[in-house]
Design a protein around this ligand. Structure first.
Ligand SMILES: C[S@@+](CC[C@H](N)C(=O)[O-])C[C@H]1O[C@@H](n2cnc3c(N)ncnc32)[C@H](O)[C@@H]1O
Length: 273
């Protein structure tokens, strides 16, 4: 792409399926809104060079979110780095289900697998009376979650701890536990598109059936919830019946499985009473 090309010409020369990503990359590089791009004339040579480089990496399968270094969740922007899961639109349903039940009292929550912090930070911003402990096995995720807590001004109410599931919070009980755990079966991994496999496998895959981490979270939840406390889990599209049964057998009540906007099982909610 030559340096004399106008932005409009440059974007319309790209195949339709690449244009939206190209707009986002360019608007990120120029710090303008995507629609503003169409009012610009020529690009500075160094911006064009950087754009070509990012577009090449995008075509090689790098997630757009890693190339621009941030992504939105619930209309808020979160910093991201390779190795930290890109927030998915389905996770907004999980956040909404928490907000439906957790009102603004001085409450405490535990998030298992805090990742970028997109769940915990959104909850803290919506519920000023809340304090959350976020656990993750990934050092990198915890570092990015800390940056996002700072960016959104909730550092004082988000405690971040490294470790496996409940290990960092032994002996503690919370008003609720929320998790978007890894829930894909091992066999699904090789079939995933390259841009998903460019993410961290530990964030996505959980054993042969995909339910290994969910089962461990459910098993440990009664020891970490106060009486009347809630458990909120994001689950795989076909795991609703299994997780519902798992929760009932563990002694939970008010068990509900909610479907996402595509009509697939997505969120499990249950009460420990
Ligand atoms: C699906 S990602 C969710 C990240 C973020 N909460 C979100 O919704 O975008 C799962 C997260 O769980 C973490 N994780 C995986 N296994 C874990 C374990 N045994 N204990 C704690 N965290 C774990 C991963 O590092 C990853 O950050």
């Amino acid at each position: 792409m030559g340096s004399s090309t106008s932005v409009r010409q440059l974007l319309s020369s790209l195949p339709e399926e690449l244009r939206r990503d190209a707009e986002l990359l360019l608007s990120h590089l120029l710090s303008v809104k995507p629609w503003e791009l169409y009012f610009l004339n020529e690009l500075p040579r160094e911006v064009l060079a950087r754009f070509n480089e990012l577009l090449r990496r995008r075509l090689e399968g790098q997630p757009l979110a890693y190339l621009i270094g941030e992504w939105d969740c619930m209309g808020r922007t979160f910093k991201l780095e390779p190795g930290v899961l890109v927030p998915r639109p389905e996770t907004e349903l999980l956040i909404e289900k928490v907000l439906e039940r957790i009102k603004d009292e001085p409450l405490t929550g535990l998030e298992i697998g805090v990742g970028s912090g997109c769940i915990a930070v959104n909850l803290l911003l919506e519920r000023p009376g809340l304090k959350v402990t976020g656990v993750d096995v990934s050092e990198k995720a915890l570092r990015v979650a800390a940056l996002n807590a700072e960016r959104h001004g909730v550092t004082g109410r988000l405690k971040l701890l490294k470790g496996d599931l409940y290990r960092p919070v032994e002996g503690q009980r919370f008003d609720f536990i929320v998790s978007n755990p890894p829930y894909l079966p091992e066999a699904a991994w090789p079939e995933l598109p390259p841009e998903v496999r460019a993410e961290d496998k530990t964030a996505l895959v959980a054993g042969r059936k995909g339910t290994e981490v969910i089962e461990r979270i459910v098993r440990g939840a009664p020891e970490h919830l106060k009486r009347g406390g809630w458990l909120f889990l994001e689950i795989g599209h076909d795991q609703g019946a299994f997780v519902e049964e798992l929760l009932r057998r563990a002694g939970f009540t008010e068990v509900n499985i909610f479907k996402d906007y595509a009509g697939q099982d997505r969120v499990a909610v249950a009460q420990w009473s």
